[in-house]
Design a binder for this molecule. Structure first.
Ligand code: HEC
Ligand code: HEC
Ligand code: HEC
Ligand code: HEC
Length: 237
């Protein structure tokens, strides 16, 4: 009896984890809710168990290596140079942090699809159930060649988006560069995180978890937006 119970618990928790991607907009498999492809696999659009993009030779020349920050990354990154939210492009801003010249690190992974330049199926290691990735378009979401076309397309101009690829802490790692920000130790337990000391897309987003409207965690938010909770994880306001 005990064994059956353990087996059941294992199955339930495994499907609960899978369920976070399955049926969410990040489920690009043949059963996905929006733009679909011809494979039954879901993780493959972002991860691969072998042959991940991680060596300099498999990267686009001159581009940072996304796989250094994303485990077993499988999606090609773009050679796009982005227009950043910084004090030159946004002169009204009062940024204390240093913004990279173009998108770096973990955000490059998101924008490899969300800039709308590369197809979602532009991956290094194909799933074994198909010979090539093909697409079923979804109006306002994905076009017939697999490019994001709707409101989820952020494009290459990020000057009207919250700053990313921006340094959070001072050099000694003792305090935030902007005194109006909180110490990372106060938000670490809540799923909000920095990547190599920088704010990136996945600081605010949990790419694996669509979240719910009721909990204030949709779309793919790392923490609730109810009462602007997510913003207040970092900002003292
Ligand atoms: C749309 C892209 C995308 C899909 C699909 C995706 N991942 Fe991820 N995954 C990421 C990104 C980006 C990160 C790094 C950012 C982070 O950790 O928040 C990551 C990190 C991870 C990590 C390391 C961090 C952690 O959470 O433990 C694991 C393990 C992982 N993914 C497993 C999976 C599995 C298994 C699937 C399929 C069920 C999957 N991912 C589907 C984008 C994706
Ligand atoms: C493999 C391609 C791919 C990658 C990589 C990817 N996404 Fe997505 N994402 C999509 C697609 C396709 C959709 C659905 C777009 C639609 O239906 O309009 C989507 C939807 C979303 C949505 C919901 C948009 C809505 O309609 O409400 C959010 C938020 C999002 N992604 C954030 C991220 C973040 C943050 C990352 C990186 C951590 C990331 N995505 C990486 C392909 C990707
Ligand atoms: C400071 C936190 C934060 C950062 C950083 C951030 N986002 Fe978001 N994002 C949000 C919140 C909050 C929402 C939901 C906004 C709403 O409900 O109106 C959102 C919404 C979205 C959507 C849905 C937009 C739509 O109208 O369909 C996409 C896609 C998305 N983010 C992708 C990204 C990508 C890609 C990056 C990095 C380039 C990123 N986000 C960085 C907080 C953030
Ligand atoms: C992961 C931490 C984090 C989260 C979560 C976060 N921010 Fe930020 N935000 C920053 C950092 C870091 C800066 C740059 C501060 C600096 O360098 O002075 C910033 C800058 C800003 C700025 C621009 C300030 C300027 O001078 O141009 C605004 C406005 C802002 N955030 C609003 C928000 C809102 C609204 C939310 C919630 C949707 C949010 N932030 C969530 C970290 C965060």
């Amino acid at each position: 009896m005990k064994h059956i119970l353990f087996a059941l618990v294992a199955i339930v928790s495994a499907s609960a984890l899978q369920g976070q991607i399955a049926a969410s907009p990040h489920d690009l498999s043949t059963t996905g809710p929006r733009g679909k492809t011809n494979t039954t696999q879901t993780c493959v659009f972002c991860h691969t168990p072998h042959g991940a993009i991680g060596s300099v030779s498999s990267e686009v020349a001159g581009q940072p290596i996304a796989a250094q920050l994303i485990p077993l990354w499988n999606h090609s990154t773009t050679a796009t140079v982005f227009t950043m939210y910084n004090t030159t492009n946004n002169p009204i801003s009062n940024l204390q942090g240093v913004v990279d010249a173009t998108v770096t690190g973990a955000s490059l992974a998101c924008l490899s699809c969300h800039d709308g330049v590369l197809a979602v199926g532009a991956i290094s290691n194909l799933p074994n159930d198909v010979a090539a990735i093909t697409y079923t378009a979804f109006a306002g979401g994905l076009d017939a060649t697999g490019h994001i076309i709707g409101t989820a397309k952020m494009g290459v101009d990020l000057t009207n988006d919250h700053p990313i690829s921006i340094t959070y802490m001072n050099a000694g790692n003792t305090a935030p560069l902007d005194p109006g920000m909180k110490m990372p130790s106060t938000f670490a337990a809540n799923g909000v995180k920095l990547f190599a000391n920088k704010v990136q897309c996945a600081s605010c987003h949990d790419v694996h978890n669509w979240g719910t409207v009721a909990a204030g965690t949709r779309p793919f938010l790392a923490y609730t937006m109810t009462a602007s909770g997510l913003c207040l994880q970092c900002h003292t306001k």
